[in-house]
Design a protein around this ligand. Structure first.
Ligand code: NAD
Length: 337
């Protein structure tokens, strides 16, 4: 059993904690929180040992009637691996603590690639994480792009990728984010940082990205153009992509016209929190003009990195091959629509 602790129990951390609990070869040692809010209450109700992320605030938990299992350093000592899902910048600062206890850690996409031994997407570079002290599971958008580029690169070769990322303004719980009535070039400068981030996974891929932020909370939408080194048919591309467990081809017959119905479908099929762990590629959107492939894909920003964190835990500790780890993760979570 790999003993795993989660430091930072918010949007990503709570999903990763549930996913760890679902694995046959992992034990969730506990979760660390900064304050006794509703997420702390939910963690306790689920039976997760709760640790104070900021020791000076332990009393706040006691005052709120929430029992603590200890402080964050106790969680680190009790764990073989820590998944750090704290806000951007905090994870990097926490690394000193993980190093003190010689406990390897997995950071999230908000951290700098320079702060880690390797950036990670299971489908693309699983083996690079073995034996690393600090691994970064890349952002939701970079994960989605890398998963798509992986089979295209292997099967056809990628000459150039150009992607417009139409990004949700904030997650559903982020009431202070926006815009609420506008469309923002974000960043207004070209290219956006997403292309360089993909290069932390695929250094040799030529990719340019631009970003737009819109008043939406459910998912991101990518408008993708990839110039391939060969000229496959649409049917061949469809087959290639549908063979990938973490790519879901949204069938025309489903009548799913946007991210709202995608999320509705996820909830109707009993997905926890309505999570879509897969890239959702509209089947009808796949088009090939000469060497150019076009498609639309949606990325559920709160969910697609969750299976990647699970695979990163196994990759880092040298357990399981890429194929076996992904298969176990997918089976236990129910990935693959
Ligand atoms: P979040 O704000 O929802 O959750 C972060 C949690 O960490 C909060 O509960 C916060 O109270 C807690 N925290 C703050 N300081 C802490 C500390 N010192 N120690 C322990 N916990 C602390 O954030 P999130 O959306 O889950 O993002 C976490 C990371 O995941 C970031 O790097 C982010 O860029 C990345 N990420 C986010 C998304 C997304 O869309 N939400 C997608 C992919 C990756």
């Amino acid at each position: 059993m790999i003993r795993v602790g989660v430091n930072g129990y918010g949007t990503i951390g709570k999903r990763v904690a549930d996913a760890i609990r679902a694995q046959p070869d992992m034990k969730l040692t506990g979760v660390a929180k900064t304050r006794p809010n509703y997420e702390a209450e939910a963690a306790v109700r689920k039976g997760y040992p709760l640790y104070a992320a900021i020791p000076e605030r332990s009393d706040q938990f006691t005052d709120a009637g929430i029992d603590l299992a200890g402080e964050v350093e106790d969680l680190i000592i009790a764990s073989d691996v820590i998944v750090d899902a704290t806000p951007s910048g905090v994870g990097e600062a926490n690394c000193e603590l993980y190093e003190t206890y010689d406990t390897p850690a997995i950071l999230q996409g908000g951290e700098s690639a320079d702060a880690v031994d390797t950036s990670f997407v299971a489908r693309a570079n699983y083996d690079k994480a073995e034996g690393a002290d600090i691994v970064r599971v890349v952002s939701c958008n970079t994960t989605g792009l890398s998963r798509l580029l992986a089979p295209l690169q292997e099967e056809y070769g990628v000459e150039k990728a150009r992607v417009t990322l139409i990004r949700r303004g904030g997650d559903p719980g982020q009431v202070d984010r926006g815009p609420i009535n506008d469309i923002l070039p974000d960043p207004v400068t070209v290219p956006s940082h997403h292309g360089p981030d993909v290069k932390t996974i695929y250094p040799d891929v030529d990719i340019d990205t631009v970003g737009v932020k819109v008043p939406a909370t459910l998912m991101h939408l990518h408008s993708v153009n990839v110039t391939l080194a060969s000229q496959p048919t649409v049917a061949e591309v469809r087959q290639l992509l549908s063979d990938e467990s973490r790519l879901f081809l949204v069938p025309e017959v489903a009548g799913i016209d946007g991210t709202g119905k995608l999320k509705e479908f996820a909830m109707d099929t009993g997905r926890p929190r309505g999570d879509l762990w897969e890239n959702c590629i509209w089947d009808e959107s796949i088009a090939v003009e000469g060497n150019d492939l076009y498609l639309f894909q949606s990325i559920h920003q709160e969910a697609d990195v969750v299976p990647e964190n699970i695979d990163a835990i196994r990759a880092l500790t040298g357990r399981e091959t890429q194929e076996d780890s992904m298969a176990i993760t997918d089976d236990r979570l129910g990935v693959g629509l």
